[in-house]
Design a protein around this ligand. Sequence first.
Ligand SMILES: [Cu+2]
Length: 208
Amino acid sequence: MTRIISLTAFTVVTALASTAHAQVWPQTFGAMNHALIDLNGSNEIELHLETPAPLEMMNFGESHNSPADVLDGKYYNDQYGWLANGAFAPPVGGGIWIRLVDATPGLEFYSGGMRPMKANHSYAPLFGTDGTPDIWQWGGTMTHHWVTAPTLGDYEATFEVYVGDVSTGAPLTGYTGDQLTLAWSAVPEPSAAALLCIGLPVVLRRRR
Ligand SMILES: [Cu+2]
């Protein structure tokens, strides 16, 4: 009996300890929205966005564990993903590159991947963030990067997808790229807004 009780106590302590050291990864909210990439028979890249509407960026005020702590204090979103629209292969010696053409000041980009694999993402800066190159080679699999904004407001980024040298990213002649603009709106976190609405009547009642 004593052994069972002490074992239970140990389990509770262990559970509390693991809660205290719980890993905090960024939240993946909202449905995936893919930028579909295709290379047609005329050697032209064709892009189209599944749902052309701005996506919401949110700041949940959480302290993420490393390396995801680059998102701390920022509004973020990872719903946009680069995805192949059917099967195609770049030419020998070539790769599919994505270049940030233009972006609203303040917008930052961090390396992601498959959304459920967020504990394994590198969160390394890319697309010009922290002085990184403005080009990134897409590996051909679904990739959801993390996009952040410093303050509330509307943000846009225009990307060009092109066929380039597999090692340098220099555009290959004979291929035509395509451009796409993604949009976000940094908004207040919904639960904070909901708490305000629920909390207000309680405060008013208590003052009577
Ligand atoms: Cu996806």
